[in-house]
Ligand binder design. Structure first.
Ligand code: HEC
Length: 182
């Protein structure tokens, strides 16, 4: 659009924004906000966006080759385009309800209760396909799915959470209840 700001990179934009914050807040307060904000974005990327996209690419050869002709097209689209975006934008705008209930909660709910089951079904239905290319694609999809679900981010879902981590979480939950449960 020929606007003068078009060539300003994101690092300069971020520094300029932080300069605005510093008019009212001290530096550590502002830095802490950005640690929290960046961590949320990275968590979303590493846990859902990146593996989700890889799985989607592997599912493609098993789908009707028309976008939005498959249930999984809608499921994946809403995870990244609606829910994932709300989570990240909610964090950037300090809106906890959008970050959590309209964001990461829905991302997780649909990833585990819709996306993964659809992918499993696709891999299962095509595993013994007469079409060798489809059978091969199903094998690759299943292998990636196993890899993703066994990773530390998702292993709880297949009941393979490291016992020490399980213990740590139970303890943290107990402490939280003790502190806030009155
Ligand atoms: C014009 C002054 C002003 C500017 C500029 C400003 N803030 Fe604030 N900020 C405030 C005030 C006042 C509050 C407390 C509002 C309240 O408690 O209702 C606040 C609250 C906050 C909170 C606490 C929110 C919460 O839910 O408890 C954070 C975090 C924060 N600001 C970060 C930032 C960041 C990051 C920027 C820059 C992107 C920024 N602020 C810019 C005045 C400002």
């Amino acid at each position: 659009m020929g606007l003068p700001g078009a060539s300003i990179d994101w690092k300069t934009r971020r520094a300029n924004m932080q300069n605005v914050c510093l008019n009212c807040h001290e530096k550590q307060w502002v830095d802490n906000f950005y640690v929290q904000y960046d961590s949320l974005v990275e968590l979303y990327h590493d846990k859902f966006a990146k593996p989700g996209l890889e799985l989607y690419a592997l599912a493609k050869p098993l789908l009707v080759p028309v976008e939005f002709a498959n249930k999984i097209d809608f499921v994946w689209y809403e995870i990244w385009h609606h829910e994932g975006r709300r989570a990240r934008h909610g964090a950037s705008m300090m809106g906890p309800d959008y970050t959590h209930w309209h964001g990461t909660y829905e991302v997780a709910k649909h990833f585990y209760s819709e996306y993964v089951p659809e992918l499993r079904e696709l891999a299962h239905a095509n595993a013994s396909s007469g079409d060798a290319a489809k059978a091969e694609a199903a094998k690759k999809l299943q292998a990636k799915l196993d890899e993703v679900l066994s990773s530390t981010n998702h292993s709880w879902y297949i009941n393979k959470l490291d016992p020490a981590e399980k213990e740590r979480r139970a303890k943290a939950a107990e402490e939280f209840r003790k502190r806030y449960g009155k």
